[in-house]
Ligand binder design. Structure first.
Ligand SMILES: Cc1cc2nc3c(=O)[nH]c(=O)nc-3n(C[C@H](O)[C@H](O)[C@H](O)COP(=O)(O)OP(=O)(O)OC[C@H]3O[C@@H](n4cnc5c(N)ncnc54)[C@H](O)[C@@H]3O)c2cc1C
Length: 471
């Protein structure tokens, strides 16, 4: 007889949780917040998106000065509107928007690469501010987080190494205590924005685990995070690695992914994130940082895929070929319908994950309890982004392949979404492991009809007996 299977709901956190301090979401947006969103839509469309077409101009130091002169007043306007650095709760120095509101907001900001910075909400700074907010000491919040929130500092998160990424238990950068100092040695790459940062948050091994044969449970307590001022002697930035997204990137331009040698880098003991209590807390802090970071990416992808979808539909209605406009051809209608459905699913999954995180925060629980929801939108959102841009390029034919449209650069940037903040496969492993915890093995199958029939005969024996007598 097959064992019964208990399937616990995985879509929502368990129990009924209070909704203190965050917006309940019932597919309607609070009218006051909708007004802010409407303002943002116009502001991003009219003031920020036009900057994109001049992106070559902003690459030189003089160009960056001009860019700052244009965007500084925009930032002031965002502050006047009460929309600056909305990602942190008030007790951590932000506006306390919660993830649902942020999701709706990022959907607009994600349309343009420059928009998050104008709203004080750009990666990796937003995630690093969150990291110091949840794990830093009071001094670290004042010294490093506050200037970050005010937009006076730029930062970098330096974890991945050329020989270790998706499995961070294999990281080999090491920090050793020497009196009142830590000494860091190691080799990192893909440290985004390191070459323009004021400080770097570096993940380094402080425990004794053998990186060649890590025992996973001990490995997770073998790392700590450190705040390293960028001008510390021994922080040797070798280069910003040219990528598919930016093959012509020059070291020192914003948005680079630096390769760094940390060579006997000495920092004060107090620069370990969380102080003494932060020793061995690197993984736990990384999870706290990456949870919100991942969902913010997924939110921004919705903005990008919306732009691609708009172009897809516009082209379908415009281009005439083989006897009709493209919109009248069933294969193109399939793309429109599939893209619409995939985007809508991604949007709902993203906002549901955001809602789950808000409920957990309100209940004093940690976002890691939403790892299924976050893992799903990380790989699903990246796939949808890629699919929609790909179809938008295809429907434009040769025009879609040119730099006359933004689609080719969106496509190159979208490819990275399946890799950064953990590759698809790792998120699928997390989701599958959690989902499978709600099941157990059964032989024969719980749906095995002969077994169920035997049980039914036993259960209804009295009634079946009368049936036999009637015969
Ligand atoms: C644009 C961009 C920006 C980035 N920014 C930063 C940053 O600011 N800071 C930082 O520290 N890092 C950053 N990264 C690095 C990124 O987080 C890593 O690339 C990522 O975690 C994967 O690590 P890896 O490249 O070493 O791949 P590997 O660990 O070598 O994995 C390679 C591939 O193996 C497969 N794989 C791995 N594990 C499994 C598994 N368990 N099951 C099945 N398949 C598996 C996946 O297909 C994966 O893509 C960035 C990367 C990109 C592309």
């Amino acid at each position: 007889m097959g064992a019964a299977v208990t399937v616990a709901p995985i879509a929502a956190p368990s129990g009924s949780l209070p909704t203190v301090g965050c917006m309940a979401w019932d597919f309607e947006t609070e009218p006051e917040f909708q007004e802010k969103l409407d303002w943002m839509k116009g502001f991003v469309r009219d003031e920020i998106i036009p900057l994109e077409t001049l992106d070559e101009q902003w690459r030189s130091p003089e160009g960056r000065d001009v860019f700052r002169r244009i965007t500084d007043p925009l930032k002031e306007e965002v502050k006047r509107q009460g929309l600056w650095a909305a990602h942190l709760p008030p007790d951590m120095g932000g506006l306390g928007f919660g993830q649902v509101k942020l999701g709706l907001m990022h959907e607009i900001l994600g349309q343009c690469v420059y928009a998050p910075a104008v709203f004080g909400n750009q990666a990796p700074d937003s995630g690093n501010a969150e990291l110091i907010a949840v794990g830093g000491t009071r001094d670290q919040k004042e010294r490093w987080m506050q200037p970050l929130l005010e937009g006076k500092y730029r930062s970098c998160f330096s974890m991945t190494e050329p020989t270790a990424g998706a499995d961070p238990t294999l990281l080999s950068t090491r920090a050793v205590r020497d009196g009142d100092e830590w000494v860091i040695n190691g080799h990192k790459w893909f440290s985004s924005n390191a070459s323009i940062a004021d400080f770097l948050i570096v993940m380094a091994r402080t425990g004794d685990d053998d990186p060649e044969q890590p025992s996973r449970s001990r490995a997770y307590q073998a790392f700590s995070m450190f705040i390293v001022p960028a001008d510390t002697p021994g922080v040797n930035i070798l280069r910003d690695v040219p990528t598919m997204g930016e093959p012509d990137h020059k070291t020192g331009e914003p948005g680079g992914h630096a390769e760094i040698i940390y060579d006997d880098v000495r920092i004060p003991f107090d620069n370990i994130v969380g102080g003494e209590a932060g020793i061995g807390q690197g993984f736990s802090l990384a999870q706290k940082r990456l949870g919100p970071g991942r969902i913010h990416h997924a939110m921004r992808w919705l903005g990008q895929s919306q732009r691609a979808f708009d172009l897809l539909c516009e082209r379908a209605l415009t281009r005439y070929t083989h006897g009709s406009i493209l919109a009248e051809k069933q294969m193109i209608q399939d793309w429109v319908a599939e893209s619409y459905a995939e985007r809508q699913a991604a949007r709902l999954l993203t906002l549901h994950a955001a809602w789950t995180m808000d409920q957990l925060h309100a209940a004093g629980k940690h976002y890691s309890d939403a790892r299924v929801e976050i893992g799903v939108i990380k790989f699903w959102g990246a796939k949808v982004l890629y699919n929609v841009i790909d179809r938008a390029i295809q429907i434009h034919g040769s025009l879609g392949y040119t730099t006359d449209l933004p689609l080719e650069s969106m496509y190159r940037a979208a490819r990275a979404a399946r890799i950064y903040d953990g590759p698809d496969e790792v998120h699928k492993v997390t989701v599958a492991r959690q989902v499978l915890k709600n099941y157990r093995a059964s032989e024969p199958s719980i749906e095995h009809v002969p077994t169920r029939r035997a049980a039914a005969i036993e259960k209804f024996a009295d009634h079946l007996e009368s049936l036999t007598l009637n015969e």
